[in-house]
Design a protein around this ligand. Structure first.
Ligand code: NDP
Length: 329
């Protein structure tokens, strides 16, 4: 089968076609024929070895990339019940979606209603789930609370802004350019801050009358974390959920005290998609919002499977504005 991945950790150029046999569904697994794969920043970390010490996300080499996709059930393994060949499904956090086929633990699958497209599903299963757990579980936003969302015109960012608004929050958003500011506002952000031009922490304090925000959702990491901690209100919460600008190596406990006795967490999506029920619940919420028009899933570009390296370059060069997909079938 066709499969794109890496034999050694490296830059986007390390991505190549791998010669791989189609997987067989093991006990509890379903074999899927993929139609779309989602491209995510975590794929960049996998490719470059950022997660090589992680127990949650192991990175054996050679490795087919991709952790999100949508397609149809081709076959089921022993012990799988209630799933038949031909059903449309989507998933995240199974490994190797930049390929024609993938074997996925059946409990990770969300069944797709007829009115949810493969494209939307492949965009929502990782980035949508992330935006959902950040706003509903890691820090459940309450109406009227203020939050700060970094990289708000990105894949997760655009969904995060919309879900935060749906919960009634006031959203302050940082973005890398003027046109991205337009996008963030179009998704509902109340304020867009150009963090490459202005000190975002100063702007947050100005916009909040010196109080700061209840929560910062920070997926940018190294370049923003210090300002994020200092943008919080007293006893606010900092959620560091990624490092698009580089990984944060350490935070001194005293920094949390000095920032106003704030709370800090660094979550993995896997811990918020921990059971079939949790996945089904979040998927149902997201699909309902999409159906009712309250959620806009913006597909920026779709690349052929073989152009996976180009998709990674676009993501790392900050030229994307929404979701990137790979077309497989
Ligand atoms: P995005 O579409 O948001 O792309 C990354 C964006 O980060 C860029 O477009 C850019 O926006 C911003 N950025 C800031 N500094 C840099 C830099 N130095 N290099 C590259 N980009 C930079 O990606 P995703 O939506 O896929 O992911 C967003 C974040 O969410 C990532 O950190 C990812 O790891 C994290 N994530 C974490 C999960 C978790 O559960 N922990 C799950 C899913 C995603 P701008 O130009 O506006 O600054």
């Amino acid at each position: 089968m066709r499969a794109m991945g890496v034999r050694a950790f490296g830059g986007a150029d390390a991505i190549e076609a791998l010669s791989v046999e189609p997987p067989r569904p093991g006990p509890g697994e379903a074999l899927l024929r993929l139609r779309r794969a989602g491209v995510n920043y975590i794929d960049v970390y996998m490719r470059s070895g950022v997660y090589k010490r992680s127990d949650t996300y192991k990175t054996p080499l050679p490795m087919v990339l991709g952790m999100e996709g949508a397609g149809t059930v081709e076959a089921i393994g022993e012990g799988v019940e209630g799933l038949c060949a031909g059903e449309r499904v989507a998933f995240s956090l199974a490994r190797g979606s930049y390929a024609d086929f993938i074997a996925v633990p059946a409990w990770r699958l969300a069944r797709l209603p007829d009115d949810i497209s493969d494209e939307a599903a492949a965009a929502l299963m990782l980035q949508g789930m992330t935006a959902h757990y950040l706003t509903h579980s890691a820090y459940p936003l309450r109406p009227g609370e203020r939050c700060l969302v970094h990289a708000a015109a990105g894949g997760v960012g655009q969904l995060l802004v919309q879900l935060a608004k749906a919960r009634g929050a006031e959203v302050l958003a940082t973005v890398g350019s003027e046109d991205k500011a337009e996008i963030a506002r179009a998704r509902g952000a109340d304020h867009a801050i150009l963090y490459r031009k202005e000190d975002f922490r100063e702007r947050v304090m100005e916009l909040t009358g010196g109080e700061g925000v209840a929560v910062v959702y920070d997926g940018v990491g190294r370049n923003t974390i210090a300002g994020s901690l200092r943008s919080l209100r007293r006893r606010g919460t900092c959620i560091l959920f990624g490092g698009a600008s580089g990984a944060v190596e350490s935070i001194e406990p005293l920094e949390l005290a000095e920032a106003g006795s704030v709370f800090f967490t660094r979550p993995h999506l896997a811990d918020y998609m921990a059971s079939a029920e949790e996945i089904a619940g979040r998927a149902a919420d997201l699909f309902a919002m999409l159906r009712s028009g309250r959620l806009n899933v913006v597909i920026d570009r779709t690349f052929p499977l073989e152009a996976a390296a180009e998709a990674h370059r676009a993501l790392e060069n900050r030229t994307t504005r929404g979701k990137l997909l790979l077309e497989i079938a």
